[in-house]
Write a protein that binds this ligand. Structure first.
Ligand SMILES: Nc1ncnc2c1ncn2[C@@H]1O[C@H](COP(=O)(O)OP(=O)(O)OP(=O)(O)O)[C@@H](O)[C@H]1O
Length: 337
């Protein structure tokens, strides 16, 4: 058995901002010449005054449209970029001040590119990482066994990285990122382009790493199924700013209160009426339809429980707003800044 990580994997982000300065070319030949002599500088505020916390052992999804500032935030937390202002701590370390110390506490996987040695078989990359991080041999072997059980690595770990399929490569990257047992893991679109079976395998692995190993995970993805399967809490960013921070339940309640609970009553003549925060939307014989009533309406799961407790039912069905629609509503309402 591998031990659970000892360092406190908390992530603290306070007023974090990052501005990029780039030069733009003026149009036309004269413009190009002018730009050579007097370059036109423009400021891009990629991340603006962002604050949030991730508790040890929590999986948080950092969501936002293309260009919202997610990767720039992760780069500051991994120590690759220095913020323009604000502060961040990852497992107690300021990442961009103490890059090496931070590297020992974190694992990072960027779905679009590998951190493994392209020309080496996967297992040799693992051996090099073991030496770099000074992982004791028995611990390394035990962890590899655990990762192999969950990710089926041995089927391809003697293959050179350059010959791996995308799914095999990302599974190898995940294992490589966690071999030194970091308390904090950053995943930037880890399952992009994977087939559904491999995606589910990777999600199961991540659930296991959070629940059984107590790792803190910060995940970016554009895949709402992934968010529903993995995340309890979500931070939404848009144009570099944080626009929503809440649990999926809170976000659904605020931006997607369009659920319906349809129940079939055992007695078709039994009286039916509203419940606290729940309106009776319609009735036809034994079929009754309930929906949310007001801003303090319960979630669909709570409503389902209340309906079943209150009425004797022979069948029940639930319609819930699609998470994609909920997020669109969240951007439209909260993101219009
Ligand atoms: N090195 C850089 N120089 C200049 N501008 C940059 C640099 N890196 C990022 N940006 C800009 O900062 C903004 C935020 O980019 P970022 O990559 O953080 O977005 P993202 O939310 O990760 O997007 P995606 O979902 O497309 O990956 C974008 O407008 C991007 O063009």
């Amino acid at each position: 058995m591998t031990r659970t990580p000892r360092a406190d994997g908390r992530i603290e982000v306070r007023g974090l901002s990052r501005t990029f300065h780039t030069t733009v070319r003026r149009p036309g030949t004269v413009g190009a010449l002018r730009s050579l002599v007097n370059p036109q500088r423009v400021a891009k505020h990629a991340v603006r005054d962002v604050s949030f916390d991730v508790a040890p052992g929590e999986l948080l999804a950092l969501l936002g449209p293309n260009g919202a500032g997610k990767s720039t935030t992760i780069k500051m937390l991994t120590g690759i970029l220095t913020p323009t202002s604000g502060e961040a701590r990852v497992a107690g370390v300021v990442p961009y001040r103490e890059r090496e110390r931070n590297a020992r506490n974190i694992g990072a996987v960027f779905g679009q590119r590998t951190q493994l040695w392209w020309d080496l078989p996967v297992r040799e990359s693992f051996a090099i990482l073991k030496d770099i991080y000074g992982v004791p041999a028995a611990e390394h072997a035990a962890r590899l066994r655990e990762f192999d059980d969950l990710l089926d690595l041995s089927a391809f770990w003697d293959t050179r990285v350059r010959h791996l399929s995308l799914g095999q490569r990302v599974r190898s990257d995940l294992a490589a990122a966690l071999l030194h047992d970091p308390p904090v893991v950053f995943l930037d679109e880890p399952t992009i382009g994977m087939d559904v079976v491999v995606k589910e395998q990777v999600r199961e692995f991540l659930r296991h790493q959070v629940a059984e190993r107590g790792r803190t995970v910060l995940l970016t993805t554009h895949d709402m199924t992934e968010v529903e399967r993995l995340a309890e809490r979500v931070v939404l960013v848009n144009h570099g700013r944080l626009v929503v921070d809440g649990t999926l339940e809170e976000i659904r309640r605020t931006f997607g209160s369009t659920w319906q609970v349809r129940a079939t009553l055992a007695d078709p003549h039994a009286p039916a009426g509203p419940l606290p925060g729940i309106a009776l939307l319609g009735r036809e014989g034994p079929q009754v339809v309930f929906g949310p009533d007001g801003p303090d309406a319960p979630t669909v799961h709570q409503a389902l429980k209340l309906v079943i407790e209150r009425y004797e039912v022979t069948g029940v069905a639930v319609d819930e707003a699609d998470l994609e629609d909920v997020m669109r509503a969240a951007y439209a309402q909260a993101g219009a800044v």
